[in-house]
Design a protein around this ligand. Structure first.
Ligand code: ARG
Length: 279
């Protein structure tokens, strides 16, 4: 494999976002602990919630948002965080979804990155990897979750490709099946996280590497960790006053968006957004 050492080791800058309007969003299968065919999302309400997120990001925060069209056979494609892991210099590691229900999204995301002129890196076959849902570039580290949706072999690949150290964190609870459901990077040094989602050793690793803000079980269940961070703005699912308080105390501007219809599928603000980096 050709390696691609990342030169800029300073704070990763998010230049724009990739989102997918929920034109074909639905709940047609159950692949995580949140999804129940007996409790489907209200599609009109989902549209309004998605639009509110979009407008908060584009108008109140002013970050550019790129759009990909939703494929009719891919009801979960709205969760663009799972498209892949963008790296500096217009490169991306494409996802290899665990479940066949989501594997149908891979060619659409691949085509989008290709059209934008990205260099695309592919995980080895049989090595599941769900993109930014399970991996964050934090300065000169990649912090990555494994076991539920991403295999540990993906971590080795990421480390070999980038020359960066990967902090591997084991996820132990089916409700927090992606790293972005329980771990929120605020800066390269500061994170909010829900400790019970991790095994004891991962908790220790997190505590050793970062300054941490713990998230309560109640707010973790409302997807508090699944927030979008753009500079000193945080867009979070509504109903998480404790985390909001801690963030405001540290000088963050917090925006709340209702996310009930996406939480039914196991996602919220961050899942609906992919961080695209500058050139
Ligand atoms: N229903 C989707 C799935 O199970 C939700 C994905 C949420 N995405 C995320 N980045 N956590 O794959």
């Amino acid at each position: 494999m050709q390696t691609m050492p990342i030169r800029e080791k300073q704070t990763t800058r998010v230049a724009e976002l990739l989102m997918c309007a929920p034109s074909a969003y639905d709940l047609l299968y159950e692949i995580n602990a949140w999804m129940h065919l007996s409790d489907k999302p209200d599609k009109q309400l989902a549209w309004r919630q998605w639009e509110q997120l979009y407008h908060t990001l584009t108008e109140q925060i002013g970050i550019p948002v790129r759009l990909i069209e939703q494929a009719s056979e891919a009801p979960d494609m709205v969760f663009t965080a799972n498209a892949g892991l963008p790296l500096p210099g217009k490169q991306v590691v494409l996802s290899r979804f665990r479940h066949p229900e989501r594997q149908v999204e891979e060619p659409y995301f691949e085509q989008w990155f290709r059209e934008q002129g990205y260099t695309i890196h592919y995980m080895p076959r049989d090595c599941a990897f769900e993109g930014e849902g399970d991996a964050f570039l934090m300065g000169d580290l990649i912090v990555a979750g494994y076991r539920k949706r991403t295999d540990i072999c993906a971590h080795r690949y990421l480390s070999q490709l980038t020359g960066l150290e990967v902090l591997s964190l084991e996820l132990v609870d089916d409700r927090w099946y992606h790293l972005d459901t329980c771990f929120l990077p605020l800066t390269d040094r500061l994170v909010a996280y829900y400790p019970e989602a991790f095994d004891w050793y991962a908790r220790r690793v997190i505590e050793q590497h970062f300054e941490t803000i713990p998230v309560s079980p109640e707010e973790a269940l409302r997807f508090a960790c699944n927030s979008v961070v753009i500079g000193n703005h945080v867009v979070m699912p509504s109903g998480c006053p404790i985390l909001r308080f801690y963030l405001e105390e540290r000088g963050y501007t917090v925006h709340e968006v209702p996310m009930s219809e996406f939480i039914k599928s196991g996602g919220a603000c961050k899942c609906l957004v992919l961080y695209l980096l500058g050139e």
